[in-house]
Design a protein around this ligand. Structure first.
Ligand SMILES: Cc1cc2nc3c(=O)[nH]c(=O)nc-3n(C[C@H](O)[C@H](O)[C@H](O)COP(=O)(O)OP(=O)(O)OC[C@H]3O[C@@H](n4cnc5c(N)ncnc54)[C@H](O)[C@@H]3O)c2cc1C
Length: 262
């Protein structure tokens, strides 16, 4: 983020996103009392030096816990909190189209030690069901959907959905599944038929569970003037993401205290 001068010599705001570029290094410049980032190096070898004038940089590495530290910033003790989601796209036969046309529902389902959130609705001739929310291990390893915990949690999610929406799971598996306990082979079948899609990922968290918002610091506690960080949002981070971004920006600009007390 910064500014540039256009053809008519007017100063305009400049906001750039570089897609599919992994930032592997940042260039820091120390000038008297100020430390600023002046450029980035990407994984493909390309470097970018302040293409906007007076540029500020926003770092939100999320799932990639440890990125701040790798880039030379201070990062609190962190961990990834693994979890999985399950997406089902169940084709609806013609004779059921009218019945399900306006189907749209969401719910939180509780079992001992587990809380799942799901949403389901008709999308282009299929019933879409998305379910996520089971938690697994903390660690600094990247979870994959082929690990035992992921398969086990996805099967649990399928069974919980079968408890609340058995008519759709019956449609997907071609048999009456109401009241049944589904097994791994059922989930494998749904995956092979491309009805089920499984995903494993991490919620980024730090030791006190609080997000990391505001300015970036070097490991010796020097504030970096032109960097805003919004990361370690953890569970529920999608819901409070916009608020986290707002707090980050005002903390970095040191307007936060006055804003919140006034
Ligand atoms: C299974 C599961 C269920 C969840 N359920 C919910 C829920 O029901 N409700 C809710 O509100 N939240 C939920 N969350 C949490 C929510 O998904 C996260 O808090 C949120 O996605 C965090 O957003 P983010 O933008 O900070 O990070 P991410 O979504 O992780 O985005 C970070 C981005 O930065 C990119 N990146 C990282 N490092 C680099 C680098 N070096 N260079 C360039 N790019 C980089 C990544 O590729 C990625 O695109 C869930 C999370 C999981 C894992």
């Amino acid at each position: 983020m910064g500014t540039y001068i256009d053809e008519s010599n007017e100063t305009r705001n400049c906001f750039e996103i570089f897609y599919q570029k992994e930032v592997i290094e940042v260039e820091l410049e120390k000038n008297n009392d100020h430390t600023i980032v002046t450029g980035l190096t990407f994984g493909d070898g390309q470097c970018m030096h302040d293409s906007c004038k007076n540029a500020s940089y926003v770092f939100c590495p999320g799932e990639a816990v440890g990125t701040l530290r790798k880039l030379g910033f201070k990062e609190p003790a962190y961990a990834g909190f693994a979890g999985v989601s399950l997406l089902l796209n169940i084709p609806v036969p013609q004779d059921k189209m009218a019945e399900y046309e306006s189907f749209s529902h969401c719910m939180e389902v509780h079992q001992e030690g587990i809380v799942l959130a799901w949403q389901a609705r008709m999308i282009e001739g299929s019933i879409f069901i998305g379910v996520a929310g089971t938690k697994a291990f903390y660690g600094d390893q990247r979870p994959t959907k082929d690990q035992a915990f992921a398969k086990n949690r996805n099967l649990l999610q399928l069974n919980m959905i079968n408890d609340v929406l058995p008519e759709f799971i019956s449609l997907a598996l071609g048999r009456d599944t109401k009241g049944q306990t589904l097994v791994q082979a059922d989930l494998d079948t749904l995956e092979q038929q491309e009805i089920a899609q499984r995903w494993a990922g991490t919620r980024a968290v730090v030791f006190d569970g609080f997000p990391t918002l505001g300015a970036a610091y070097t490991p010796d506690d020097t504030k970096i003037d032109n960097v805003v960080v919004t990361t370690h949002l953890g569970s529920g981070g999608a819901s409070f993401g916009p608020a986290a971004v707002a707090v980050s920006c005002c903390v970095q600009n040191e307007k936060c205290y006055t804003k919140f007390v006034s």
